[in-house]
Design a protein around this ligand. Structure first.
Ligand code: AMP
Length: 323
């Protein structure tokens, strides 16, 4: 079953332990779509500028992602600069050039309307709500947000949360949103704001899903998918969005909305994010010089098979089996 993803398509400049890359294809919707495309059909709604070429678009198209909802506007594509030098779990933003993103008014193409799943990546909460209201027949809406909106658009975010079924955020965001330092209590408070389920990501340590009483099953017992921290994280950009892509993509591929499916989705999501962070390629596995020089790796899982793929110029996509 297909899933619509609304969010940023960007050119990123990243400083990470693997070096610095400039102007590489990124954005929350890009990472989400690539990861989810291994599980189900994905349709993207975003905005790009004149510097976004068909080569960039082909990165998504080659994964079968429907890009007809990407608006091409006059001007430059959104650019984001961040670094992961001090903390691999959280980006420190260096700059945000909104460019065409500033005037983003997401519009859902008619042929996307039959999608049963929707993912609202991290954008202005009012826009998230607008999109959700436009998609009248969705069975499940996933959503993301960030501290900027929690601190600066709390009221709008509160309205949006009433329309989101599963919210995916990290520990810091959950505590900040709830105004509570104890995580399980923070989760209860966030669930009281609207979502049926709340996925809290613990960076490299895994993730926990909290349920509202009776949501998708019996009771409200949380479930944790732990992850072993790894010693070779290079560039974690997009790990959160790849996580969401693995999570929502798996659910959409299952048809049934049950607690078991959501728990399995959490395991898949965690593996997708782990592989995204690990980028465990060296020497002959990846053509020399390309990673860290205009290319990045995104990852996904199909069933039990772990796959990685390379995004960015000049080679748009290459797949590789990890195990
Ligand atoms: P993550 O690693 O999950 O924090 O996501 C990183 C991606 O989010 C990058 O590829 C950025 O292009 C994108 N991004 C960063 N800041 C924003 C923002 N304010 N709005 C939308 N997307 C953003």
């Amino acid at each position: 079953m297909s899933i619509v993803a609304v969010g940023s398509v960007a050119f990123d400049t990243i400083a990470s332990p693997s070096g610095k890359v400039e102007g590489v294809l990124g954005g929350a919707a890009t990472y989400f779509a690539l990861a989810a495309s291994y599980f189900t059909d994905v349709r993207v709604v975003a905005i790009v500028g004149e510097d976004f070429t068909s080569e960039h678009e082909n990165v998504l198209k080659k994964r079968g992602v429907d890009t007809r909802g990407i608006e091409h506007a006059k001007g430059k594509t959104f650019r984001w600069g961040g670094q992961y030098l001090d903390n691999l779990n959280e980006a420190k933003t260096d700059f945000t050039d909104l460019n065409v993103f500033q005037n983003f008014q997401p519009h859902i193409p008619t042929h996307y309307q039959d999608s049963q799943f929707l993912f609202l990546a991290n954008i202005q909460p009012d826009l998230q709500a607008m999109v959700r209201r436009e998609m009248k027949t969705v069975r499940m809406t996933g959503g993301d947000t960030m501290n900027y909106w929690i601190n600066n658009a709390r009221q709008q975010l509160a309205e949006t949360l009433k329309l989101v079924d599963v919210l995916l955020i990290n520990d810091t965001e959950a505590k900040s949103l709830a105004g509570e330092t104890n995580l399980p209590r923070a989760a209860l408070k966030v669930l009281a704001m609207g979502p049926q389920a709340l996925v809290i990501k613990h960076g490299e340590y895994g993730a926990t899903i909290f349920f509202r009483e009776g949501a998708y099953g019996i009771g409200r017992h949380p479930f944790r998918a732990p992850a072993l921290p790894i010693d070779e994280v290079k560039d974690p950009t997009g790990a959160g969005d790849s996580f969401a892509g693995g999570f929502m993509g798996y659910i959409a591929s299952q048809g049934e909305l049950s607690r078991e499916v959501l728990k399995r989705a959490l395991k898949h999501a965690k593996r997708v994010a782990l592989l995204r962070r690990r980028q465990c390629f060296t020497g002959d596995q990846i053509p020399t010089g390309e990673v860290g020089d205009g290319e990045r790796i995104a990852v996904a899982v199909i069933g039990e098979q772990e796959l990685a793929f390379v995004v960015g110029a000049p080679q748009p996509i290459r797949r590789q089996r990890l195990r």
